[in-house]
Ligand binder design. Sequence first.
Ligand code: ZN
Length: 125
Amino acid sequence: MKDGISEKKLAENQVFFRGLNAKVREGIENIKQVADEDGSKADLIDENTVFEFHCECSHNHCLNRIKISLADYEAIHKDNASFTITPGHNIPEVEDVTFTCPAYCVVTKHKEPPKKVTTVHPIDQ
Ligand SMILES: [Zn+2]
């Protein structure tokens, strides 16, 4: 465990970054809606289109992006305890790596994380 940082705070940081990714998903939906209204460009974005999402690791200084398709991202996040992170950004004390590929890893928290968080906790690295 990181010095002075609780497992709960680490999980809250991850939930915060997942919240940012929810905004990315909203943006994608808005683009699709505008394209549909135009009636021409809707086919440019489908579930296999790869987007850059925020790394959902616990480190508050991490600004990495992960390239992942919308379909894969949404399938992984059906489980509230699963997060997509940059390979190597996992913290074994609080989570298990359940999938890995060159672009990203999926980690599952040992404990159920909070549903929503609005702040990031500073963590010295
Ligand atoms: Zn990270």
